[in-house]
Design a protein. Structure first.
Length: 126
């Protein structure tokens, strides 16, 4: 597959309005596709930079998503936390063509593989 090919993932309509859909990868954490109220689509790693919460379970408002764990708002366009919070989550290139959501297959296979999924609960503390 050459670098100019984009991988079809789903239709825009398959993502809930002001919601998300997770995309599993062979390696690494899932990617979350977000759809805003005006049908813009963004792709971020499904992990809040704060405590690793699943952003795909958050509520999209305007151009951000609120993490379901501690309500941090992460900007969809760049993955950065809104002030006063700090940090960012990796962003993935995404485009919409004829109602189809496309991701870069090279990025899906190689981007942000070094981030570990969060470990929750008492077993996570050592």
């Amino acid at each position: 597959m050459n670098m100019n090919e984009w991988q079809p993932i789903c239709r825009v309509d398959d993502i809930p309005v002001r919601g998300a859909r997770r995309v599993a990868r062979p390696r690494g954490m899932d990617v979350a596709l977000f759809r805003t109220g005006d049908d813009q689509v963004y792709a971020l790693l499904d992990r809040c930079p704060h405590k690793g919460g699943p952003l795909s379970q958050g509520i999209v408002s305007g151009t951000g998503v609120a993490c379901p764990l501690h309500n941090w708002t992460i900007e969809l366009a760049d993955g950065c936390a809104r002030a006063p919070d700090v940090g960012s989550t990796p962003r993935f290139a995404c485009k919409v063509q004829d109602g189809q959501v496309l991701l870069d297959p090279v990025e899906l296979a190689t981007h942000a593989l070094d981030l570990a999924p969060p470990v929750a609960g008492p077993c996570g503390r050592r």
